[in-house]
Design a protein around this ligand. Structure first.
Ligand SMILES: Nc1ncnc2c1ncn2[C@@H]1O[C@H](COP(=O)(O)OP(=O)(O)O)[C@@H](O)[C@H]1O
Ligand SMILES: [Mg+2]
Length: 231
């Protein structure tokens, strides 16, 4: 589904990615593993059009969506959703969570009835281990772990083709993390969606992912199984 070829990126003259290539097939769970600061988030952000590569290209279903000379294809990119490392940064500080969820549900399913909207929001929250009481709160009134689960619940509601989780459960205790990851992987499996799990937690990645890309010196090394065809 997604293929990234020979990505290169420098910030202020300092090379972060030198030659990173990876692919993610439909329904595949893939991991990015490596130490902090190695460029994992940068590579993932390129898939969402948040960072433009200096060299290289990203193809979605064989169609170019990102390269040095391309305007990111936002419409094509809608099927790619990312949960960020800093969950509060992704939440509007002056909007109550309930209103944010409703807006999102209506944008995703135009014309949805109020009843369906309520049940969709409630079930997404429940999958992320939250109760609907949280909807009355502002982002400043929830903890980091709750904010991570809110961001995951939003993505579960949107059911993207590719869900990118960038250290997205780092603030959760071990058992909550296991529950949330269970819900996320079940939801992805049920609709044939793919997951890109980014973490420095090797055990977590090994539990969830079929293939792992190790980030090392600006390059990606594929680990584990035989090379697959991701087209
Ligand atoms: N927008 C940016 N401007 C300047 N430097 C950045 C920017 N984004 C990332 N970096 C730098 O690039 C390096 C890799 O960052 P990142 O991709 O977040 O690594 P990782 O996700 O593997 O921890 C870090 O040194 C970081 O400070
Ligand atoms: Mg990162």
């Amino acid at each position: 589904m997604i293929e990234a070829r020979n990505l290169k990126k420098s910030f202020k003259g300092k090379a972060v990615l030198e030659d990173a290539s990876f692919c993610i097939g439909d329904g595949e769970f893939v991991g990015f593993y490596g130490p902090s600061g190695i460029g994992k988030s940068t590579a993932a952000r390129m898939l969402c059009g948040l960072v433009r590569p200096d060299v290289g290209e990203v193809l979605l279903d064989g169609k170019l969506i990102a390269s040095p000379g391309t305007q990111y294809d936002r419409k094509a990119g809608l099927g790619i959703q990312m949960v960020f490392q800093q969950p509060h940064a992704a939440l509007d500080p002056v909007q109550k969570l309930g209103s944010a969820f409703r807006e999102l549900a209506r944008a995703r399913f135009p014309g949805i009835s109020r009843e369906k909207e309520d049940s969709l929001i409630e079930s997404s929250l429940a999958e992320a281990g939250l109760s609907s009481g949280i909807l009355a709160r502002l982002p400043s009134q929830i903890s980091g772990g709750e904010a991570q689960r809110v961001c995951i619940a939003r993505c579960l509601m949107l059911s993207p083709r590719l869900l990118i989780l960038d250290e997205a459960t780092s603030m959760l205790d071990v058992s909550t993390q296991a529950n949330v990851m269970g819900a996320v992987t079940r939801a992805a499996r049920a609709r044939g969606g793919s997951i890109l799990l980014i973490s420095h937690d090797r055990a977590l990645i090994e539990r969830v992912c079929q293939r792992i890309y190790l980030f090392e010196g600006g390059r990606t090394v594929e680990e584990g199984t035989e090379t697959v065809n991701c087209s």
